[in-house]
Design a protein around this ligand. Structure first.
Ligand SMILES: *[C@@H]1O[C@H](CO)[C@@H](O)[C@H](O)[C@H]1NC(C)=O
Ligand SMILES: *[C@@H]1O[C@H](CO)[C@@H](O)[C@H](O)[C@H]1NC(C)=O
Length: 343
């Protein structure tokens, strides 16, 4: 007992000391405590007891230091900020707020040697233009919020179906993620994760999907209700060739595309704005929808991602992320696994 207490004390003393000398007191404990209190008020956070509060404070402090250290670096193309996720570790965050699970057969298809020969509807598109923003074409609904449920796969799929429905039929409808959460159960595991291709397969088999209003989001899995009227249909879906941003560009020039991404690490989690090119691995943990692309004034090419973490994350719920990064799989693996529905 005594030795453990001593050890803990030693750790606290060491981190205090190094904090004060190397960073000039910027992350001084009392200032961080105050920031944590302000943050708790802003995000309506209440902790069950003092132990929980202390644990959460330590995590918050780490996240805050990460954010502040990043933002001090003036030559970065993006900024971070503490947000509603800043008292969670990256792993807790991954479990609660992402939710991509990639089935083995899907991985096999996308990693076969014949990748480059995969044929897809938009393969012969030649003029992709400088930029595209499907929001300006009226093909993107307002940013939604998956909340505390690992159902990114449904939000990603729905945004792509909303896009093609507007493009093909001229009408922008907000469609139901809850229907997918409750009813798309072949492989998909509700809030425990899933994949967009299986969601498309469900919509095809069900001969459509209903609207958000008819089947509103509830943040947890319920019994499937199949009696609600169909509002949009798709005839199929396609998988883009793996690790190929050129094919991705052709597809996004024609419609919003559902992609898998590494979206749970500290920088991604606390992205505030700018063109993201931060540290992230290639483990595919999250799903988003690419709804455009362009180039910044400084000449940096980017993709425009629609996320499902509400409007307080990133640029009003969107992220601009580096396009044609010198990585085969794209920034954060975004070109590894991409799908789009067919009208
Ligand atoms: C600015 O960017 C350069 C090149 O990427 C890098 O080597 C340098 O360390 C950065 N500056 C700072 C202050 O981090
Ligand atoms: C693209 O062009 C090639 C060569 O002309 C043709 O064989 C192929 O069918 C076209 N693909 C599509 C999807 O139209």
């Amino acid at each position: 007992m005594a030795s453990i207490t001593l050890m803990i004390l030693a750790v606290i003393l060491c981190s205090r000391t190094s904090g004060a000398t190397s960073r000039g007191g910027l992350f001084e404990a009392s200032a961080v405590t105050e920031k944590h209190e302000q943050w708790m008020a802003r995000y309506h956070r209440a902790y069950s007891d003092e132990t929980e509060k202390t644990n959460r404070f330590e995590i918050f402090k780490k996240n805050l230091e990460f954010v502040e250290r990043h933002n001090m670096n003036t030559n970065m193309t993006y900024k971070l900020d503490v947000n509603q996720f800043s008292d969670l570790t990256d792993e807790e965050f991954r479990v609660r707020y992402t939710g991509l699970v990639v089935p083995e057969d899907v991985l096999k298809i996308s990693s076969s040697d014949s990748d480059k020969k995969v044929s897809f509807k938009h393969e012969n598109v030649s003029d992709t233009g400088e930029s595209m923003d499907w929001r300006q074409e009226g093909a993107v609904t307002p940013v939604k919020n998956q909340g505390h449920c690992g159902v990114c796969w449904a939000f990603s799929a729905v945004a792509a179906v909303e896009g093609i429905t507007k493009i093909a039929k001229g009408e922008l409808l907000s469609l139901s993620e809850q229907q997918l959460l409750d009813c798309s159960r072949d492989f998909n595991q509700g809030c425990a994760g899933g994949i967009m291709s299986k969601a498309f397969e469900y919509i095809i088999k069900n001969q459509g999907i209903t609207t958000e209003d008819n089947y509103p989001y509830q943040e947890s899995q319920q019994t499937c209700s199949s009696t609600r009227p169909v509002a949009a249909t798709i005839s199929g879906y396609e998988t883009l060739p793996r690790d190929d941003e050129k094919s991705l560009l052709k597809a996004v020039s024609k419609q919003p595309v559902s992609v898998a991404i590494n979206g749970h690490e500290a920088a991604f989690k606390q992205y505030r704005g700018g063109i993201f090119d931060g540290d992230c691995g290639t483990q595919l943990t999250h799903a988003v929808t690419i709804v455009g692309y362009g180039m910044s004034e400084e000449g940096t090419k980017y993709w425009l991602l629609k996320n499902s973490w509400g409007q307080t994350w990133g640029e009003n719920g969107y992220m601009r992320i580096k396009r044609d990064a010198e990585l085969p799989e794209g920034m954060c693996g975004l070109a590894r696994l991409a799908f789009y529905p067919l009208a």
